[in-house]
Design a protein around this ligand. Structure first.
Ligand SMILES: [Zn+2]
Ligand SMILES: [Zn+2]
Length: 285
């Protein structure tokens, strides 16, 4: 399997990070699925080895703008590229209303069928071409979900690999059952503990140590952290916060395979279910 990082920033983009978006596909096949679609996610897709043409379905974790504002532009581009095959969007009902409004209000002529599925009514046996998909409720300021993807056809003699990609969430333990047998979990780590405790209004996000402790207790073989607050810089000067702080905090609590996601990273899950970073782009200030 290939797991692609389309955006790692929380709330707003930074110069080096876009807002939330991820891609997943079975290795060596064209169809892929997207999880979350923050503004400008389509720009990130152009720089990855996948195309909108082969995008089969989009799964939105929750209605906050940094997870769904990219949908109208992406749909418009797909239409201009003469897409004909249906596209499925699984999302909270409000996001489906938003998508419909964008299509109507901008007179978007799609030319393909948009299959809109309310996440709360997703059939337990829902599948894409290559994955069986299930939904897990999380804890956030609004209804938020994790999606687990289990391959439909396991390799001969191997058990089916499963991965879990979570939306915004301040209670990682809610995923206890979902991550059983998973090869990796993608989870937000918006802050380090010190900053999380300083924020007066509770934005209901997780901090690095909290997710790492959960991953350790769940014996997860690999953990990918993302959705970092814009205050954590890629290129810190002295005394500024950086992604290294997130990594340092998480690595104290988690002894598995830890990854701090960067925009446009590509990870490969091998046949045995081991995750490795296979492509990281050079970043510019
Ligand atoms: Zn968010
Ligand atoms: Zn959110």
């Amino acid at each position: 399997m290939e797991f692609m990082i389309l955006g790692t920033s929380s709330g707003m983009p930074t110069k080096s990070r876009n807002v939330s978006g991820y891609g997943l596909r079975k290795s060596a096949v064209k169809p892929w699925v997207m999880i979350d679609c923050g503004e400008a996610t389509q720009h990130q897709v152009m720089r990855m080895p996948v195309s909108l043409y082969h995008l089969e379905a989009i799964f939105i974790t929750h209605l906050h703008g940094d997870h769904c504002y990219g949908l109208p532009g992406l749909l418009s581009t797909a239409a201009m590229q003469s897409r004909q095959r249906p596209l499925t969007i699984v999302a909270p009902a409000e996001v489906l209303t938003f998508v419909n409004a964008a299509v109507v209000c901008s007179q978007m002529e799609l030319g393909f069928e948009l299959v809109l599925v309310d996440v709360t009514t997703l059939a337990p046996d829902f599948t894409t071409e290559h994955f069986a998909v299930s939904v897990h409720a999380l804890s956030h300021r609004t209804a938020s979900y994790a999606y687990s993807f289990t391959e439909r056809e396991a390799l001969f003699g191997k058990s089916a690999r499963k991965v879990v990609i979570a939306g915004d969430n301040d209670e990682p333990a809610l995923l206890k059952e979902a991550v059983q047998g998973a090869s990796f979990l993608l989870h937000e780590a918006t802050y380090t503990q010190a900053i999380a405790e300083k924020i007066a209004t509770n934005p209901q996000h997780s901090y690095a140590a909290q997710v790492a402790e959960f991953a350790q207790a769940s014996a997860l073989p690999a953990l990918v952290l993302s959705h970092f607050s814009a205050r954590y810089l890629d290129f810190p000067t002295q005394r500024q916060l950086s992604l290294d702080d997130i990594e340092a905090e998480a690595s104290v609590h988690y002894q598995g395979n830890l990854f701090i996601a960067r925009d446009r990273d590509i990870y490969t899950l091998d046949e045995a279910g081991a995750l490795s970073l296979t492509q990281r782009q050079r970043r510019f200030r």
